[in-house]
Write a protein that binds this ligand. Structure first.
Ligand SMILES: [Mn+2]
Length: 307
């Protein structure tokens, strides 16, 4: 079951991103009242404050990676912080920070699941597949590589972070909302057999059917992790991200997505990534994200009775 004890962990860095500003994300979530909003749903919220890590040196790529040493340090710090909360039976919410930190977070979740004998299902809500490698990436930005790293394709220090290679099996992931994938990356996604519900699929089949499939076969022993890249949302709804892509889920589709996840009662860890206050308009994107997170934890827009 979803734990009532939630921990907020801020990771104030844009070390893996292509633009500066996601380092201010954690504070923007707090300004948008993420803690009190979750407490309003009967959760006990502990804010651990922000993790520390190296500054962003803003350098060009080396061997296809930008800022690899700094990315490694940040991910190790995130891994330890997330793992400690899970070991304590708490539900960690990682406030990014850019999406490269998904490596540290999800490797910690996978490690916890191995030790606790749980199955893992990961919902990757994103405009991008984040399945680049240093040979495929056009930019060298590691926020485009976390899924590949978790599946064992990446630099040794990132791939080995949770002590088990690969950290996860690609079959455990469902990607939703995808609409911007680089050419080589697309071939690689097909090669490993990632299950992707792209926007074409959502447009044709609807969010309800998409989520029914993405959440199928969960059981009482499944740990459900959500990795929510705020650029999952349509650019008009969520301007405060570094890599906006138009044609994403509307507010209503995103609400349904979150509510259907909440209905499973299996949510056990969450990353909310890539919020960039420098690009936002009066913290609107942070407020939309907090509103959706509220739904993820059971706020319902429904009139019908819930049991
Ligand atoms: Mn992403």
């Amino acid at each position: 079951m979803t734990s009532k004890n939630v921990t907020l962990i801020g990771a104030p860095t844009d070390i893996g991103a292509g633009s500066r500003g996601a380092s201010m994300g954690p504070e923007a979530f707090r300004v948008a009242n993420i803690g009190p909003v979750l407490e309003g749903h009967g959760l006990s919220v502990l804010d651990r404050g922000n993790l520390a890590g190296p500054a962003n040196p803003w350098q060009p790529p080396v061997d296809g990676y930008r800022h690899l040493p700094e990315v490694i340090t940040w991910n190790r710090n995130v891994h330890e912080a997330v793992y400690a909360e899970l070991r304590d039976g708490r539900l960690p919410i990682l406030l990014g920070g850019d999406h490269c930190l998904g490596i540290g977070s999800i490797s910690a979740v996978a490690r916890h699941c191995r030790e606790a004998g749980k199955k893992l299902r990961i919902l990757w809500l994103d405009a991008h597949a984040d399945f680049n490698t240093n040979g495929l990436t056009p930019s060298g930005n590691i926020h485009g590589m976390p899924v590949a790293c978790l599946c064992g394709h990446g630099p040794k220090e990132l791939v080995e972070i949770g002590g088990h290679v690969p950290a996860i099996n690609p079959k455990w992931i469902r990607q939703i909302g995808i609409r911007s994938v680089d050419q080589g990356e697309k071939r690689f996604v097909h090669e490993v057999g990632l299950e992707v519900f792209d926007m074409r699929y959502i447009d044709e089949m609807g969010m309800r059917h998409t989520m029914e499939l993405a959440l199928a076969t969960l059981d009482a022993h499944t740990h459900l992790h959500v990795s929510f890249d705020v650029d999952f949302l349509d650019a008009d709804l969520a301007p405060g991200v570094g890599t906006t892509v138009s044609g994403g889920p509307t507010y209503r589709e995103a609400q349904l997505c979150m509510e259907m996840i909440a209905d499973t009662g299996r949510l056990a860890s969450l990353d909310v990534m890539e919020l960039n206050p420098a690009l936002d308009i009066r913290n609107r994107t942070a407020e939309v994200a907090v509103d959706l997170i509220e739904s993820l934890f059971g706020k319902s827009t429904l009139m019908r009775q819930q049991h």
